[in-house]
Ligand binder design. Sequence first.
Ligand code: K2U
Ligand code: ZN
Length: 172
Amino acid sequence: MAQLTILRYPDPRLHTVARPVAAVDERIRALAASMLETMYAESGVGLAATQVDVHERLIVMDTSDSRDQPLVLINPEIVWASDELAVAEEGCLSVPQVYDKIERHARVKVRALDRDGQPFEIDAEGLSAVCVQHEMDHLRGKVFVEYLSGLKRDRIRTKMLKRTRDEQRARA
Ligand code: K2U
Ligand code: ZN
């Protein structure tokens, strides 16, 4: 396993649409393991392959309080979503230290393949529902700040570009 580099907004690669995973093999299992290692190291509760510059339909999650219940979702699809909506505070490992309220479906049913290629379904609500919708957005090249106003998005873009520039200078 290895800790992976997370793309930072507004990196254009974050807007890539991921392709389906063709085969659930050792490469995908190793990638999922590295994504989980990266997610835990960054205190995230989810991570999409897009964020580590791999453009295949794979997300990992762990919304447990004990941080020991990892979920690997390969070729995930939302097969049902509630009409009821809910607003939650979101953040993103690709947009560090930025949080804002986003409205999403309160409950979703997700179908995916597990790390062994076996199909499974989860009924998600609460943080799990928010997280899986957030990650599914990443797989279609969408970052949560795109739901915000143009003014907010521009300020976040400027802030992220400055932070990335300052960090690069500090490493030079
Ligand atoms: O995709 C990511 O960048 C990981 C996010 C996923 C996430 C966003 C919003 C709500 C739940 C999960 C990270 O886990 S960011 C850390 C975090 C966790 C809970 C709430 C806000 C931010
Ligand atoms: Zn994110």
